[in-house]
Write a new protein. Structure first.
Lengths: 499, 458
């Protein structure tokens, strides 16, 4: 290119050719890294490790938790800032992983961005609603993020997660969110992530890039995420009555003939008492099943692709938070099956609701009829840039645009488990097959197994008094049994706390 | 009743002072070579249709993401417009077949236009099941043909019932339309020359007006009318089952078949009025399609509007009476119910345009004014389009599990295709109007005394 320029410009370019230019740039790097290696060795080392490492001068400081905490939020001018590690991105090292950006943070359902959590009272004072922008400033540093309202945050406090706002971590992290660490100051050798004052400027009506997977956190008395007080566990009749768990939903009539399962009827029990909402199951499902990520735009458009999600419900009069892990229920009387015009949604002989990707023509009637709304439609061809396609699981396909997909209870693992047992000449052991979510859950909330097997763990759990079918009164007869959370106080999902 | 055309005033059928000669001359005159304005309109409509075709190709290439659809709202403008056009079609068959069996003579000058509206509306509607599919190129899997995979379509699915019902309707109404046209094609043939004459001759099977021809014609017409009549009720009932057979609140209700059929007649009558008003002015046939005919159609919409309004109120009553949380949330809740929730504007457009607007026709002054007839008929169709919007989108957006709630907005691609569907419908109609008689000469002549020997027209 330099050769093509007219003569006066050409002479100003100090490098005779491209190779010299690159060598000069690398030499500049080598000098600043104070490396004693020769240039070729330095370059070789950089290529081998994948990076040129510069040492940044460090200032030492100790992290002090409460040394500078004011007595209460009221004494602070402005809002009391509380920075906390993002549950998935932690200190920010996870920000370049699209899966970690895509999974909604359990308390706020926010993806691909930062936010500021404030109490409803603070929001009223500032005239803000969820999604409005707020500018937090301390000294010269200011950040503008969308607002979320959580009652767990005290009035006068603003909690902001750290981990976003990268400039050079990578393509997925850049341009996403804000970095509140810029507001942290070191005083006398100590720094604190909490307890400093920030000025808050409300910007109601200013659009933000808030990408959330839900706008609702109230289950409206629908008994979706259930909890039973510990005091009633021994004597659950009253609780069962109010939650209509007396009748066995498995025997509700259907006009269709019952399916017959000659060998296995796969099912799962999910213990909502164990679930802490960490989201590991969601990431595992993405990894195992080549689930595409929708990105911030997709989430904003309401086109999340995650096959499993964690729903968080808070009750009006209590402090209880009830989590519901939502995935395909593999209904024995599935609403999605009769309506597919081409038999892409069908019932397998082993109790699963199957989805034949090749057959799907994309009418989306199945998703419309699903009462749990767990079906995911491919609105685009979700191609990933290289080298992310190397992360695909070779046992599972990648679906093209126009095709519906959903949780298959990791049918590829079921098949592999059965083949493995066959090779050994035995029956499949109870617990031998684990879908990705079950395998990954650190709290062991999932129990997968054969409902037809007499003493399987899943059979035993599904018959527990805590066990219920989600929307069971609709007669869908799900294969998934949820075990209600046990609460310490008097509150359940329908009654506020009495103390 | 005061009208100021050049022709004499006519009241109830029989049109006293009309003669066979008048009918032949005036109606065949509509087929005269059109002026530039006509071709400009045709050109504009073709451009709009072309734009819609381009939008559809873009959708096929990139995916359904170009629409506003999402989880949970998987159906939007395309299915709304599908039901809209199928609904409009039903009124045409009602006017041409059902009113024929009831011997309602006032239908005679208007039924041909209505029947044409039916055929073109079905042809328009039939595009949308293809347009809304994620993988349109695999559409043929919905057709039951023997294949080496030994897989049939799923006949339990209401979408398959749609395929059968709408294709049956298209076939029957097209044949009915065509057979009814035969004597009129012959009349057009007799006034044409050259290649046009030969085409018309083939189209009318060499009709000569012999007695036996007329006998066969009457028999075939009666049989087709009898076959088409049940379709008026059945086809839209089947379309309503797309929703009624589902489980979600606001869809799962037995009232849909009569509700939808009544709504279909309602919107079709309004569309007939909308089409006839410009047609009779441009073609100067106000003495054949008179104000009385428009008034009859308008009075009919009062009845259908009341029926539809009653159906709306029943839905609300049953939702409240049932004590069902989910039904309450869709209809009666002050937070999420249809009149108050996210789509309340759409709801009130629907309620006012469908139920209140036609009541104005009870006033003689209103139903005698061409302007009022035109405006209100368009408002009725606006209301009917929004009725399907309200049904489809509100029920999908706020169903059983609140976490999953989400909202839908129309996108540019969907808007272009929606407008394109109207352009496609009008294009077919405008082309038809200039090549085949839009008013049945055959049947109008039944309303007037036949000519005496001295008056026989050539």
């Amino acid at each position: 290119l330099g050769q093509a320029l007219p003569v006066p410009f050409r002479d100003e370019i100090p490098w005779p050719g491209e190779a010299d230019y690159i060598a000069a740039r690398l030499e500049a790097h080598r000098v600043t890294t104070v490396s004693t290696q020769s240039l070729p060795l330095f370059v070789h080392e950089a290529k081998r490790t994948g990076a040129i490492k510069h040492t940044v001068p460090l200032r030492s400081a100790t992290l002090s938790a409460g040394a500078s905490l004011p007595a209460s939020a009221e004494t602070v001018e402005g809002l009391l800032a509380w920075l906390f590690p993002h549950p998935y991105l932690r200190d920010g090292s996870g920000a370049d992983r699209p899966w970690l950006q895509e999974i909604p943070e359990t308390s706020t359902a926010i993806t691909w961005g930062s936010w500021a959590e404030i109490n409803q009272a603070t929001a009223n004072e500032l005239g803000l609603q969820i999604g409005d922008a707020i500018t937090l400033s301390r000294g010269d540093v200011e950040i503008t993020v969308p607002v979320i309202i959580l009652k767990q945050v005290k009035p006068g406090v603003v909690a902001v997660p750290i981990g976003q706002g990268h400039e050079s971590l990578g393509r997925w992290a850049s341009g996403v969110g804000e970095n509140p660490l810029r507001m942290v100051e070191i005083h006398g050798g100590t720094l604190s992530l909490q307890g400093f004052a920030v000025q808050a400027t409300a910007r109601p009506g200013e659009g933000t890039d808030l990408a959330r997977t839900t706008f609702e956190q109230d289950q409206r008395g629908r008994h979706l995420a259930r909890s039973i007080p510990l005091s009633q566990v021994e004597n659950p009749d009253h609780w069962l009555e109010t939650h209509q768990q007396h009748y066995d939903h498995r025997n509700l009539d259907s006009m269709y003939e019952r399916h017959r399962y000659p060998q296995h009827d796969w099912g799962m029990a999910i213990d909502l008492d164990a679930c802490v909402g960490c989201g590991a199951c969601v990431v595992a499902c993405h990894a195992e099943n080549n689930v595409p990520f929708a990105g911030a735009d997709g989430i904003r458009a309401g086109r999340e692709m995650a096959w499993i999600n964690i729903q968080r419900y808070v009750e009006e009069g209590s402090d209880e938070v009830n989590l519901l892990v939502s995935l395909c229920q593999h209904c024995h009387v599935a609403p999605c099956e009769p309506v597919c015009p081409v038999h892409a949604a069908y019932h397998t002989v082993e109790g699963l609701n199957g989805q034949v990707y090749n057959r799907c023509v994309g009418t989306r009637y199945c998703a419309n009829n699903c009462t749990y709304k767990v079906r995911r439609f491919n609105y685009w061809d979700h191609t990933v840039p290289a080298p992310l396609e190397l992360a695909y699981n070779p046992d599972v396909t990648v679906r093209e645009r126009g095709v519906m997909e959903k949780c298959t209870l990791c049918i590829q693992r079921i098949r592999e488990g059965k083949e493995e047992a066959d090779r050994r000449g035995e029956d499949v052991g109870d617990g031998a097959i684990q879908p990705a979510c079950a395998q990954t859950c650190p709290a062991k909330a999932f129990t997968f197994g054969d409902l037809l097997r007499e003493r399987s763990a899943v059979r035993r759990l599904s018959e527990s008094a805590r066990g219920y079918a989600l929307l069971g009164d609709l007669g869908t007869r799900p294969s998934i049994t949820y075990l209600a959370k046990v609460t310490r106080g008097d509150s359940s999902d329908t009654e506020g706390s009495h103390h | 009743m005061a009208e100021t055309p050049a022709a004499p005033v006519h009241s109830d059928p029989p049109h006293g002072t009309l003669t066979y000669r008048d009918v032949n001359r005036d109606i065949v005159a509509t087929l005269a070579t059109p002026g530039k304005m006509y071709w400009a309109v045709v050109g504009l409509l073709q451009i709009l249709v072309g734009a819609a075709a381009v939008a559809f190709v873009i959708q096929m290439l990139f995916g359904m993401g170009v629409t506003g659809l999402n989880n949970p709202v998987g159906w939007g403008v395309y299915i709304i417009t599908f039901v809209f056009w199928v609904g409009i079609a039903h009124s045409g068959t009602l006017i041409s077949a059902v009113l024929f069996l009831f011997r309602a003579r006032w239908r005679m000058p208007v039924y041909r236009t209505a029947e044409a509206m039916t055929v073109f509306a079905v042809l328009t509607a039939g595009l949308f099941p293809l347009i809304h599919m994620g993988r349109t190129w695999k559409f043929y899997w919905l057709l039951p043909y023997p294949n080496q995979r030994l897989v049939w379509p799923n006949f339990k699915s209401p979408l398959m019932w749609d395929v059968l019902a709408v294709s049956t309707y298209l076939m029957i109404s097209s044949l009915f339309f065509y057979f009814g046209l035969i004597p009129d094609i012959a009349a057009a043939r007799d006034r044409s020359t050259g290649i046009r004459r030969r085409i018309y001759n083939v189209m009318c099977f060499g009709w000569t007006g012999r007695g036996t021809h007329w006998i066969h014609y009457r028999k075939a017409y009666l049989i087709f009318a009898a076959i088409a009549t049940p379709l008026v009720v059945s086809v839209h009932s089947v379309v309503s089952w797309d929703f009624a057979m589902s489980i979600i609140p606001g869809w799962h209700t037995t009232i849909f078949p009569p509700y939808f059929v009544a709504g279909a007649i309602h919107s079709g009558l309004a569309m007939v009025i909308t089409l006839l008003i410009p047609l009779r002015a441009l073609f100067r046939v106000k003495h054949i399609v008179t104000l009385r005919h428009l008034q009859a159609l308008a009075l009919f919409t009062i009845a259908t509007g009341l029926f539809v309004g009653h159906a709306y109120m029943i839905e609300f009553f049953i939702a409240a009476y049932s004590g069902n949380t989910y039904e309450y949330s869709i209809f009666n809740s002050l937070e999420t119910g249809r009149p108050f929730g996210h789509y309340s504007v759409a709801f009130w457009i629907m309620a006012i345009c469908n139920c209140v607007a036609p009541l104005l026709f009870a006033f003689r002054r209103i139903r005698s004014s061409i302007l009022w007839l035109f405006v209100l008929s368009i408002l009725i169709n606006v209301g009917m389009w929004f009725e399907r919007f309200v049904i489809i989108v509100t029920s999908l957006s706020t169903d059983f599990i609140p976490y999953n709630w989400g909202y839908y907005r129309i996108s540019l691609v969907e808007g272009i295709i929606l407008v394109g569907s109207f352009a496609w419908f009008l294009l077919q109609f405008v082309l038809f109007a200039k090549h085949l008689p839009t008013i049945s000469m055959t049947e109008v002549k039944e309303l007037i005394p036949p000519p005496t020997a001295e008056e026989v027209p050539e």
